[in-house]
Design a protein around this ligand. Structure first.
Ligand code: TNX
Length: 564
């Protein structure tokens, strides 16, 4: 039998100089092996990954313990223990400090440098931005003498546990069956890893169709495995207002009743919302709330006549057209509108430990350009007065009065449309950065090419962004090549939105999101460089066994070497 040894060690030095070897060369695996075995691999591909198949594997056994060492390590250890206990049936006690034996997992936060200490402090500030790439970096060592993850902050430790889970057998991501006699083996390996971008998001539209808290928590668990670190919640739109606002109760009482097609409405109480924020924070995911203004506001307008120019509340809306609604720019409505903006942004900011507040700005086609800019100035000033950094869809760049540092979210195409370029650069010119969500690659609500039926016999998605989107297309784009003039330092990160006009449940959302969301996660985390699609597809295939175990729904797109 031919023995395979693979060592694709990339030097950290390369990361330091920015001269990175292509991420695909570092992922530590090639296509599925000759016997069709699942290939160990990690998504997103780590900065550096060495697999030592000739060496003894690490084995998780009934004697294994999880040793937590350093500030914040115990919470990360507890979360990992919960997952591994469910999958193995083992006891897996979490103990503080001490040396590890061969069957133990050591999780250590080590503050080696002043920057490390800063990063650790930021990482401990649960719900904040988790300190950026330094705080999310980690190393992972696996072998016959034990397993260990080291990081400068708990966020990095947690990211390391997601790599560990992807190297352990998939059964461990489900509920316990019969444990193998010699324990659960993970191959001997070394990982040295840090993210490329600070912001790696997934957006859920809970306005078009409402998703109950438990369904959002399930999505959080699934995106955490891919090291995504932002959940952007699109909380309001024409069809529904989904977050309790004490000063304006009819927003949810009236505006929360509806959804697309007249299907289930609903909204989050403040306690519901806090549960989402806490579940996210435990996974070092920042929740970015979006209140979409001044357009996409029919639900709010239907609840309060005084927000309408004509003083008449429109009927609730259950269709899927966009661009017909707006707050009123007229001075006659200024008192009500500005009180609404101040109350809503204040209450939402109070529920938000993270640094960002998304205030929409897209597709506002029901006002004149002057009125739109006037409303934008007032909306963004209200947002900034809460102390948060405002994010807006790229149209918001039409305002030259943005609070300094406002972030733009680009949603034109991989080949930028002409008008989107100056609007996007406007954020950079006003001291901000940009999040990239090119719609023909990163919008997870675009149809699959073969327009498959779900288990319930429905077809899902839209096709306005240059037709259906393949996994190849989702993986093929480079963030720094989209908007001329937008450099690496101007890019805060990337995001994969899913709009739910056609999706009613988390099963349907996941069916559209997985596997394409893995491509966006990898583009956000892994080093820049040429992308090896075959290698990526092989790793997607090995991740699917975990989705099977954990109950994540996905569509087995053509071209991926799925296991039988
Ligand atoms: C565009 S992209 C929208 C949403 C729709 C989506 C459907 C953007 C900022 N707005 O209102 O839901 O297309 O794909």
């Amino acid at each position: 039998m031919r023995r395979r040894t693979r060592t694709t060690r990339a030097r950290l030095m390369a990361a330091a100089t920015g001269l990175l070897v292509a991420a695909s060369a570092l992922a530590g695996c090639t296509g599925p092996d000759q016997n069709g075995d699942a290939v160990p691999g990690i998504i997103p591909a780590p900065t550096a990954f060495e697999l030592r198949e000739a060496d003894e594997p690490f084995r998780l056994t009934p004697d294994s313990r999880i040793i937590a060492d350093g500030p914040g390590a115990a919470d990360v250890a507890a979360l990992l223990a919960e997952t591994l206990r469910a999958g193995s049936g083992y006891e897996l006690p979490v103990v503080e400090g001490g040396a590890g034996e061969a069957a133990d997992l050591v999780l250590a936060v080590r503050e080696t440098t002043a920057e490390g200490a800063d990063a650790a402090a930021a990482g401990l500030d649960a719900g904040a931005a988790f300190g950026g790439p330094d705080a999310e970096a980690y190393t992972l060592e696996l072998g016959g003498s034990g397993a260990r993850i080291d990081a400068a902050a708990p966020a990095g430790l947690f990211r390391g546990t997601r790599s560990l889970l992807q190297l352990l057998p998939a059964e461990l991501s489900g509920s316990a069956g019969a444990a193998p006699a010699d324990g659960f083996a993970a191959p001997a390996a070394s990982v040295d890893d840090r993210p490329r971008f600070t912001y790696r998001g997934a957006m859920l539209d809970v306005a078009r169709h409402f998703l109950p808290v438990e369904e959002v928590l399930r999505y959080l668990d699934a995106i955490a495995l891919l090291k995504l670190n932002v959940l952007h919640l699109h909380l309001t739109d024409d069809q529904g207002w989904r977050l309790q606002i004490d000063a304006w109760p009819a927003l949810t009482e009236v505006g929360g009743e509806t959804s697309v097609g007249g299907e289930r409405g609903g909204f989050y109480t403040k306690d519901d919302y806090r549960r989402i924020v806490e579940h996210a924070a435990a996974r070092f995911i920042t929740v970015v709330p979006e209140i979409d203004l001044p357009g996409h506001t029919n639900a709010a307008l239907s609840a309060y006549p005084e927000l309408n120019c004509d003083g008449v509340a429109p009927a609730p809306y259950q269709g899927i057209e966009v661009g017909f609604s707006s707050l009123c720019a007229s001075p006659e409505r200024a008192e009500a509108t500005d009180r609404f903006l101040a109350d809503v942004t204040r209450e939402v900011a109070e529920l938000t430990p993270g640094p960002w507040l998304h205030l929409g700005g897209d597709e506002s086609l029901a006002t004149t350009p002057e009125d739109y800019r006037d409303l934008l100035a007032r909306i963004t000033a209200a947002g900034a007065s809460t102390g948060k950094t405002v994010i807006g869809w790229h149209e918001m760049g039409a305002s030259r009065e943005l609070p300094r540092g406002t972030i733009g979210q680009y949603w034109s195409f991989v080949e930028a449309e002409d008008e989107a370029v100056p609007l996007t650069m406007s954020f950079v010119e006003q001291g901000g950065q940009v999040i990239l969500s090119p719609a023909d690659a990163a919008y997870l609500d675009m149809k699959y090419v073969d327009d498959p039926q779900t288990a319930l016999g429905r077809t899902l998605g839209q096709d306005w962004a240059k037709g259906p989107t393949t996994l190849d297309e989702a993986y093929a784009w480079e963030p720094a090549d989209i908007v001329p003039g937008l450099g690496e330092a101007d890019i805060l990160g990337v995001e994969a939105p899913i709009w739910t006009e056609t999706m009613r449940t988390i099963d349907e959302v996941e069916f559209m999101a997985f596997p394409r969301i893995t491509a966006i996660a990898e583009i956000g985390w892994s080093p820049a460089g040429e992308r090896d699609h075959e290698n990526f597809f092989a790793r997607v295939a090995s991740l699917a066994t975990r989705w099977d175990a954990s109950g994540t729904v996905y569509y087995p797109v053509r071209g991926v070497p799925w296991a039988d």
